[in-house]
Design a protein around this ligand. Structure first.
Ligand SMILES: [Zn+2]
Length: 137
């Protein structure tokens, strides 16, 4: 088990030191347990519908304060609110996954937000950067 410190920094089994400071990082991904997937997706959908209903009824700001963050402006764009809803659910259900660029070991968070990681190594001799997006290749 590996634990990341406050800077999301930890040394991997091969000695590579990883620091999580980037978005769109090619060696980072996420995983949702199949048993949580439906709750995760439906939770997002339900909250989006709830937001749309609050907007229709003229209670947008109250809804934002109760459901998201009291410091979010009532004038924030709708797509930013949608993203905030998704991020809220990601924090609750997603396990972060990091891949070592040196040895391709995967480090999977043991529970959402725990910063404790279990290490897994491929048996495939032709392993490749599995977390790199095909969209950006
Ligand atoms: Zn490594």
């Amino acid at each position: 088990m590996y634990h990341a410190d406050d800077g999301e920094r930890f040394e991997r089994a091969c000695g590579h030191i990883f620091v999580d400071i980037y978005d769109y990082f090619a060696q980072k991904g996420s995983l949702i347990r199949d048993q949580d997937d439906t709750v995760y997706v439906l939770g997002i959908a339900d909250q989006l519908l709830s937001l749309l209903e609050a907007i229709r009824e003229g209670h947008k700001q109250e809804w934002i304060q109760e459901q998201l963050d009291k410091y979010i402006s009532p004038n924030v764009a709708l797509n930013s609110l949608f993203r905030s809803i998704v991020e809220k659910h990601k924090l609750k259900y997603e396990l972060r996954v990091f891949e070592c660029p040196n040895c391709t070991r995967l480090f999977i968070e043991s529970n959402p937000g725990s910063s404790d990681f279990c290490c897994y190594r491929s048996e495939d001799k032709d392993s490749f950067p599995i977390l790199r997006s095909n969209r950006l290749s």
